[in-house]
Ligand binder design. Structure first.
Ligand code: BG6
Length: 464
């Protein structure tokens, strides 16, 4: 008997991105990761760069057939700006890019899956960074809208679920605060402008989508945010306040404008007081106000533990969000030691209830959740199949918590695992594996793991 039954037409799927799966074959431009790997290969685990990744450019037919084989009914990937657009200024498409994405979309549909197409997954063309400062520039915002327009023109007849950005806060954090991604800058003021520009870009793309009447033809558009519920160390006032500010900075800074059309006041008050507020015009703010999303994707991996500041903020690096809180290393927390992330399945329930109570119960889905594990080879059985019971348990625990949220009325319509087939991950390259399907890096052979067989049954039964 199924103990956890999910709503009708629930999305059982998985997500990847263009730069992490396709390989760089035939691309007309380089993105910031292609470039960064060229100048600093040692920054990537085992010096493995984004050149081949999972070879999806060449093997998309076989790969998508495998996704069907494990019972998935929906699949997200992203259209690479650097592959799809030939002229970045005019938005004129690249012939091979158009051919490739047309084929991919057709093949997803042919395999009975719903295509969910994302327009940006950290993969800014390097030229746009070098010429204009990338997302620091509003000109780049307008070029992104041109790229989106071309994509809507060519694919919106078949693609009905669009996403403007995947995890835009990561562009801010990794590129402008904590140096995980190129350009590895530490500059709070620039970070704040980038945060604003990304919100503006998302709203402008949504505006374009509606002007082109893609919505009238059954299309829906959303954004994917990595929500990290911010839990205070204690219930004392200082810890609560610190967690509230961290939440405004890392979650509500995109959640509120995307759904309510406005930035949280607690955040803008701080930025104004500290004189680091973004440059914005009335016209832009009204675009943000009037072009909110139809649905939300939530990537959930880990919570954020916060405490009140314990030491004086060091002003030498200029303004940083940590002026207002410290990250809290909670003793005894359950960890995924390979990725160094806390495992806290209850977080997904808290997210479900937060969306229900504070965000008009907007339709949403879990757009990424998953467990990256190093050295999975050692779990191979005699038939060569990886027995990843730890992944099955991880997914189950998260689904149980999600189910509780849905039972209490949260409007969640799907669960996508990161990722269908082991894929390349930014600086971690192929260190940690996340897939339902394993990839042999040497032969590029793909093999369904135990979790892939398991999810097929869950998808068929619409629960477990
Ligand atoms: C999400 C991203 O942050 O997490 C993916 O959308 C990423 O691109 C995934 O690969 C897992 O994180 P990582 O850093 O271990 O690859």
């Amino acid at each position: 008997m199924r103990q956890y039954l999910f709503p009708k037409n629930f999305w059982w799927g998985a997500a990847t991105s263009g730069p992490q799966s396709e390989g760089d074959f035939n691309k007309s431009h380089k993105n910031i990761f292609d470039y960064w790997y060229e100048i600093e290969p040692e920054a990537f685990f085992d010096r493995v760069g984004p050149k081949v990744t999972s070879n999806f450019y060449n093997s998309y037919k076989e790969d998508l057939a495998m996704l069907k084989e494990i019972g998935l009914n929906s699949f997200r990937t992203s259209i690479q700006w650097t592959r799809f657009i030939k002229d970045l200024e005019s938005g004129e498409p690249d012939e091979d890019g158009v051919r490739f994405y047309n084929n991919v979309i057709d093949e997803i549909i042919k395999n009975g899956m719903l295509p969910v197409m994302n327009l940006h997954h950290f993969d800014l063309p390097i030229e746009l960074y070098e010429k204009y400062g990338g997302w620091e520039s509003k000109h780049v915002v307008d070029l992104f809208v041109k790229f989106a327009e071309t994509a809507f023109k060519l694919f919106s007849d078949r693609v009905k679920h669009w996403v403007t950005f995947n995890e835009p806060i990561v562009i801010v954090e990794a590129g402008y605060l904590y140096q995980f991604h190129y350009p590895k800058i530490v500059d709070g003021k620039k970070a704040v402008q980038v945060l604003y520009n990304l919100n503006l870009a998302s709203a402008k793309v949504i505006k374009k989508f509606r002007e082109m009447e893609c919505d009238k033809k059954g299309g829906k558009i959303g954004i994917i945010l990595n929500l990290t519920p911010s839990y205070p160390r204690s219930n004392n006032e200082e810890d609560l306040k610190a967690a509230e500010i961290a939440d405004a900075m890392f979650n509500r800074s995109f959640l509120d404008p995307s759904i309510k059309g406005e930035f949280p006041k607690i955040l803008t008050d701080i930025l104004e007081k500290d004189k680091v507020i973004w440059e914005a015009s009335e016209e832009e703010l009204s675009i943000i106000k009037n072009n909110t999303i139809d649905f939300l994707g939530v990537n959930y991996y880990q919570p954020r533990r916060i405490k009140a500041k314990e030491s004086e903020f060091d002003e030498s690096k200029g303004w940083l969000p940590e002026k207002y809180f410290d990250f809290y290393d909670m003793p005894g927390k359950r960890m995924n030691p390979y990725r160094g992330w806390e495992i806290y399945p209850e977080g997904i329930y808290d997210i479900a209830i937060n969306i229900k109570n504070n965000y008009n119960n907007i339709p949403w889905f879990v757009s990424e959740n998953g467990m990256g594990v190093e050295g999975e080879e050692k779990y191979k059985n005699k038939d060569g199949i990886i027995e990843d019971d730890y992944r099955i348990d991880f997914i189950k625990e998260h689904l149980q918590n999600l189910h509780r949220g849905i039972k209490e009325g949260s409007n969640c319509f799907g669960y996508h695992l990161w990722t269908p087939i082991d894929c390349w991950s930014w600086t971690n390259a192929y260190k940690n594996r996340y897939g339902y399907i394993s990839l042999d890096l040497r032969t590029l052979k793909k093999t369904i793991k135990k979790s892939g067989r398991w999810i097929k049954k869950v998808s068929e039964d619409n629960g477990f």
